[in-house]
Design a protein around this ligand. Structure first.
Ligand code: AMP
Length: 287
């Protein structure tokens, strides 16, 4: 039987993710570029849990704003995931081009929210949205694809308990930072709000060095004194009550009126109050 790997010609190393090395390769049959993610087996020929999740979830998702998993190739040494190739991630794009125009920001935000609306509709939470997990084409109006589903999982039943060690610190919502294990799709919306701010200003919104510093930065901005919902959470501390949130006006100066309103709806401290991805797309900011 022909080895399916012979169809791909490795070109260069692209990067290393949480559990796999990614190479750029070319499909010799079509000339199309692909990204090959190589996943080594752990003990007893098992695959890392994150890889199993990523494959299962990506196989259930097909959308123009979600990276396409083209094939899965199993060999004796490893498993190779074949993805459509995308030029850059959003972090590298911003490093390369600097400040984006308001139109570029809107274009990227719409695609991110369209991918997310689809995903949430399929009952999948991403749980690690950040610029380096959003792939973009290298052009003036970039096409965006949500990638890296290693931390993603099915949601649905609200009372289920999930791990709170999810979402890269700077994009993690206050409830999860305080150890809340019951959350839902709103966890992704907080991250989108942080990304929105970063796209507009080219600065990271809350740049904490550890969980406590991160939550304090959020409370300094949005206030904790009225947030009764957080008071029973494992990592809540009494001193947090002294944060009244005086810093938000200076954060908002670079948004236009509709952008500001949308941003604040994404950054609601109470997850129940946070806007959904679908509602975001209906917001006047996109009109
Ligand atoms: P990941 O394990 O998904 O975080 O991937 C690690 C790195 O490989 C990313 O930061 C990207 O630079 C690169 N990469 C992943 N997927 C792709 C892709 N589909 N196209 C191009 N580069 C990718």
């Amino acid at each position: 039987m022909a080895d399916p790997l012979n169809n791909y010609l490795n070109q260069k190393l692209l990067g290393e993710g949480a559990y796999g090395i990614v190479y750029k390769a070319r499909d010799v049959r079509t000339g199309q570029n692909v990204a090959l993610k190589q996943i080594k087996y752990v003990d007893d020929n098992d695959l890392p849990t994150m890889a199993i999740r990523e494959i299962a979830i990506l196989k259930s998702l097909r959308h123009q704003n979600i990276v396409d998993l083209i094939a899965v190739i199993q060999t004796f040494q490893d498993l190779k995931l074949v993805f459509e190739y995308v030029d850059l991630d959003l972090k590298k794009y911003m490093d390369k081009y600097g400040r984006l125009t308001p139109l570029q920001v809107k274009f990227l935000m719409r695609q991110l929210l369209e991918g997310l609306t689809y995903m949430h509709g399929k009952r999948v939470m991403h749980r690690d949205l950040k610029p380096s997990n959003l792939l973009v084409s290298d052009e003036n109006m970039p096409v965006l694809k949500i990638a890296d589903f290693g931390l993603a999982r099915g949601a649905g039943i609200q009372v289920r308990q999930y791990s709170h060690w999810v979402v890269t610190l700077w994009y993690r919502c206050p409830g999860v930072l305080l150890g809340c294990k019951k959350y839902n799709y709103s966890i992704d919306i907080w991250s989108v709000g942080c990304i929105f701010y970063e796209l507009i200003t080219n600065k990271i919104l809350f740049l904490g060095q550890n969980e406590k510093e991160q939550i304090i930065k959020i409370f300094q901005t949005f206030g904790a004194s009225n947030e009764n919902i957080f008071k029973g959470l494992p990592l809540w501390e009494k001193e947090f009550i002294n944060y009244f949130g005086a810093k938000s006006p200076e954060l908002l100066s670079e948004f236009d009126e509709n952008g500001r309103d949308l941003f604040l709806k994404m950054m609601k401290m109470d997850p129940e109050q946070r806007i959904s991805a679908k509602e975001c797309l209906e917001h006047p900011y996109f009109k």
